[in-house]
Write a protein that binds this ligand. Sequence first.
Ligand code: NAD
Ligand code: ZN
Length: 359
Amino acid sequence: MHKNFKNIEKIVYGRGSFGSMERILSEKRNDNGRFFFFLVDQFFKGKELESRIPAESEDSVQFINVDPEEPTTDQVDRLRDEILHTKGIPAAVIGIGGGSVMDLAKAVSLMFTNPGSSKLYQGLNLIRFPGIYHLGVPTISGTGAEVSMTAVLTGPEKKLGLKCDWTVFNQVILDPELIASVPQDKWLYTGMDTYIHCIESENGILNNAFSHAYAEQSLKLCREIYLGEQAGHTADNDDKLMVASLMGGLSLTYSEVGVCHALSYGLSKIFGEKHCYANCLAFQHLQDYYPEGVAEFKRMLVKHQVSLPQGLSKKWKEEEITSMAHVAYNLTHMWNHAIGPHWKEKITIDSIKELYKRM
Ligand code: NAD
Ligand code: ZN
């Protein structure tokens, strides 16, 4: 019953802290094949940040296009195999980007030491050997991927993370300067992932003083960032959002997410909707489960002049809705947390379909 969770080994936080990467990595240079494998969000190709990546000639820097597809097991296998067959095992894997690139970096680090396809390891504690040293640098904040024990991958059968202690980054660099360029819409949707993490973590049977302490602080920051007098995508608020994202992630690691994330996984799996946006699509209709959270979320949308699409389900086929409901229903740990151990008495495929039909 008591979770024994692994945290990030080292964290550096602050404006300009990206500059400390070279010094941090220098200790690792001589490990394994003596080269670093950098995975970097394509957005930074040709930008100033590219010139600040401390890569030497022997290192490999790969730019990753994360749109529209979220990370897949095939992509992880391909990235690993290309490097393994040409250069061997790197000394470190470094992920610079949002949840997508950070999850890729976490998964690739594990797959350098675990044989076969990453699809074999989707689930809890299926990974057999520790991965190699991996360092994460978020450039968009909200998912909590920088701190979580999972690397979410879409596989041929399921969208499910490689989840274990070894997934967690050895080192994270939190530099709020890096999220300044995030466009307004993504700033909101991704930040709302943090907000929803906290609401879901707080409202369920696994919440306790430990998870609550993180959620409470993260929610306070979210309210300042999205509803306060100084609300908006400013430097001060970027400083706060990076911390809110981390703390939201820590809260749910000790507690759990709930109804919204279950539905969101269905939307991502069947329609390929991005995680944070899918959460927003679902959360607006969950007033029965999270009345205060949904009301406050709607105030945030109004404040930032974002309107989410309505009536989407009219265009969906019945089979698609049924498929999404099955994806959501199978996330039993989320329902258990949100509804309680007897959740199957209240939640059925049909009741989940009804929730999708609200969208
Ligand atoms: P993302 O990594 O998918 O990136 C979203 C968009 O923002 C992309 O277009 C990207 O190019 C752009 N971007 C990133 N940084 C930018 C910057 N500084 N300036 C301008 N544009 C920038 O975004 P995300 O929402 O952070 O991650 C979503 C992924 O995270 C999904 O794959 C989801 O499954 C995963 N996820 C993982 C966890 C976890 O615990 N591991 C939790 C939630 C979500
Ligand atoms: Zn989330």
